[in-house]
Design a protein. Structure first.
Length: 304
């Protein structure tokens, strides 16, 4: 295979087009959010995350209880917390909050398999890098796009972009990058389904999750003593994921205007007089310090 960054064409060695690979936002694979096969699968990380001795277990238990160690242990504690951030293992697919689509890691497929994927779904989004053993990249010089949209992206108007995590692994990944999750329930409120309590401990910078009421940590919902939690219920047959969170960077302050690329709440944006309606998918918002106040306008009425 060969890829030309100038034309964005992925071709066979004979010059036959496989697919034009081009992202208008120039997103990078490492900045996308992991999307496991199941929304409640935890983040897969490298072996640095394994507890390696009694000290690791001791610090882990302190983190579970949201407690600080003795001053004499502080240096080792900080070193342990940094190691516990780990490095996420590569996923087969990741989620793009701007397009609300998954991007497939084509580095895990051969040329013939990539061609088959494109034939089955010509609109598929692919990630491909020079690490692919069958790929040759035509070297060109060019400038990076200065409004790249990743975790740290900004809009062309200069507004910070708030990304949305829609799986447990994505929330854990964001926390390891230094973001604070703002939980919002995304599922229906029915009687049938399984429960999951997810908590974020700001002191230890960890995400905890539990299905058993007897082992839950922190409040059932909301914030208390530095712990933010949400209880969600889920029916697998109705919705791919009931868990969602806005990932809030630490450099925005109350009153800042931001851009929410993937809105969780159901806000009506358009309505048809024949009964159909459509939700708002992205919008500017104001960060209050506690929540995102999304601009709400009267839905656009369509008649016909």
């Amino acid at each position: 295979m060969q890829y030309d960054p100038a034309t964005k064409r992925l071709e066979t060695n004979d010059g036959d087009l496989i697919k034009v690979i081009s992202c208008p936002l120039e997103k990078k694979w490492e900045e996308l959010m992991p999307m496991p096969e199941k929304w409640d699968d935890p983040l897969r990380v490298d072996d640095k995350m394994k507890l390696q001795g009694e000290e690791d277990v001791h610090f882990f238990m302190l983190a579970q209880a949201d407690q600080e160690p003795e001053e004499s242990e502080r240096a080792a504690w900080l070193s342990w917390k940094e190691r516990m951030r780990g490095k996420p293992k590569d996923y087969l697919k990741k989620y793009c909050g701007s397009c609300q689509k998954c991007v497939v890691n084509a580095n895990k497929f051969s040329e013939s398999q990539i061609s088959a994927l494109v034939q089955v779904n010509p609109e598929i989004c692919l990630h491909l890098s020079s690490e692919h053993p069958e790929l040759t990249v035509k070297r060109t010089t060019g400038e990076e796009n200065d409004w790249e949209c990743g975790y740290q992206g900004i809009t062309q108007q200069g507004l910070p972009i708030i990304q949305t995590a829609r799986s447990l692994a994505a929330i854990e990944d964001g926390v390891r990058r230094g973001y604070r999750p703002l939980f919002v329930g995304a599922d229906y409120q029915g009687d049938v389904g399984n429960k999951l309590c997810v908590s974020y401990c700001s002191k230890a910078n960890v995400v905890l999750y539990e299905r058993d009421f007897r082992a839950m940590f922190g409040p059932m919902g909301g914030s208390k003593n530095g712990v933010s939690s949400i209880m969600v219920r889920h029916d697998d047959a109705r919705h791919p994921s009931p868990l969602a969170a806005y990932m809030i960077p630490d450099d925005i302050t109350p009153g800042d205007r931001v851009y929410v690329a993937d809105i969780i709440e159901e806000i009506e944006s358009q309505r048809w007089n024949q009964g159909d309606s459509w939700r708002l998918t992205s919008s500017e918002a104001v960060w209050t310090g506690e929540k995102l106040e999304i601009e709400r306008r009267e839905p656009v009425m369509m008649v016909g």
